[in-house]
Design a protein around this ligand. Sequence first.
Ligand SMILES: [Cu+2]
Length: 369
Amino acid sequence: MDTETTDQAAAAAKLGRRRFLQGAGLIGAAAPITGGILLSAYYYNDPTGAPAGLATAKPIAVATPTGTGSTSAAASDADAIDAGHKKGIEDFLKNQTTPLTKGKGNQPLAFKMDGNVKVFDLTVDEVAWETAPGKIEKARGFNGTIPGPIIRATEGERVRINVKNNLTASTTVHWHGVLVPNNMDGVAYLTQEPIKSGASYTYEFTLRNSGTHMYHSHHDSTDQVNRGLLGAFIIDPKDPSTYPKYDKEYILVLNDTMLGFTLNGKGFPATEALTAKKGERVLVRFMNEGMMYHPMHLHGMPMEVFARDGYPVNPPYKTDNLDVPPGSRLDCIIQAEDPGAWAFHCHVLSHAENATGFFGLVTALVITE
Ligand SMILES: [Cu+2]
């Protein structure tokens, strides 16, 4: 751990303690009260994300600095908050050229042809996954990555997916949103026996519906999906003219809870920025594999939503704050207009920012001339 990180951690720890004391009313109550009562909510780092944090809010006394010792304490809090935010942004910018964490998920999965069948191979692996710098989680991933590799094919094609289970636990794979024969649906004991530790299973079906879909474990899924057994399954339409034109494409997989708040398996500052040139049409395919709602807010320009779960949204609608519910996929086009670095983050603020700076579901859209 370098000195800067240690300093930041110390500052955060100090700040956390002070806030705890304030939250408990221990500081405010002891100080001269000239500032009246402030309604505040304390839900820093709430693992539930608790947008309902206000429910636990209680009026606390806040002291206005009066030239006593409280002035320097307040100033040191402010400095610590500023320093944490500044370092986060600096790290995020560094991460765009030199990744700060090991491991990258959400990469295209190669296939081979067997006659007219596209054959994909997946392994289900235990993995130590670095979600943010130095934050290594006991996770699970398809082909050792989170998200797993992108399975991509075209409507009408036949695919075969060989799954090898390297977990100590059993598993299955469900093709979320993809129309498949019932016995290929991947639900343990309902449509198939679980794939035991060390065993393999082959799924095969013809792709009937295009769209932005997903694949994930459907066995002990609170643990298995939340710990990383998830990935994108993109089915391109047979007739591309039925899909909007775009210059660049991003797939953003949201997750929460066990591995923290992540975009494509990483939390800020290890998240990847979206980039575009002015005038480009950027396709974003959102998918939420987590357990919470994430309203994704883009600064500077709207997103035009044209598909939900692979089905057309008619007419398309514009929004700058797009709620992505668990299990849903939303396709939208961002028309890159004004150059600059535009914040792009979940607007349940406890999923994105606290006194130590940004974390979790935060990235940026960087538009250049
Ligand atoms: Cu969120």
